[in-house]
Design a protein around this ligand. Structure first.
Ligand SMILES: [Fe+2]
Length: 192
């Protein structure tokens, strides 16, 4: 018998926010309003684009969705808090360099406005990439597929949805090759 177990995996949570259309326009206006009034802060936007200074709150429906997700993910003994929270406006041709989110447990994204076309996908790297580089390269593609043991995974953004993943996972966003802005919200989550 041969049984290959996909052990020590990283949870990458995909979620959707019900009724996201109901707050989309107002949120976009609020983000552009903030952009008008503030200079860009540098988190991961060495590739251009604009990132807001820290914001206080998530949109209500995103916050309630997050609460629902976390109550499913964590045991009752643990709570979570939202740390730094900021808006990203990836203007045409901008991108985000590879980075991690230190000093927290999870990194989260919500996609507010996603132009049609190649507006930038997020690439999340396999944390074992360095240690297993030869093995990952040599492994049978079918087995790799079954175990999701790729060197990295790409996720196209979908409006009204988002991702939550361990904050140590290295990630980047490819270039926005459309003529419109791509807008998202990022925040950190700490477990206590
Ligand atoms: Fe990030």
């Amino acid at each position: 018998m041969i049984n290959c177990i996909s052990a020590f995996t990283s949870p990458i949570i995909q979620y959707g926010v019900a009724d996201s259309e109901s707050f989309r326009s107002k949120l976009i206006a609020q983000i552009y309003d903030e952009k008008e009034q503030t200079e860009s802060v540098s988190y991961s936007n060495g590739g251009g684009g604009w990132q807001s200074p820290p914001q206080r709150k998530l949109p209500e429906l995103v916050e309630s969705t997050l609460s629902h997700i976390m109550s499913n993910v964590l045991t009752e003994d643990y709570a979570y808090t939202i740390g730094n929270l900021w808006y990203n406006v990836n203007t045409p041709q901008s991108y985000n360099h590879k980075h991690t989110h230190p000093l927290c447990d999870l990194a989260a994204i919500y996609y507010v406005k996603v132009p049609e076309g190649d507006c930038g996908r997020i690439e999340i790297e396999n944390p074992n990439y360095f240690n297993q580089v030869k093995l990952l390269d040599a492994m049978n593609p079918k087995l790799k597929e079954d175990m999701l043991s790729f060197t990295s995974m790409w996720f196209p953004p979908v409006e009204g949805t988002g991702l939550i993943f361990p904050s140590h996972l290295m990630h980047r966003v490819s270039e926005n090759n459309t003529t419109e802005d791509r807008i998202s919200i990022s925040w950190n989550i700490t477990i206590s």
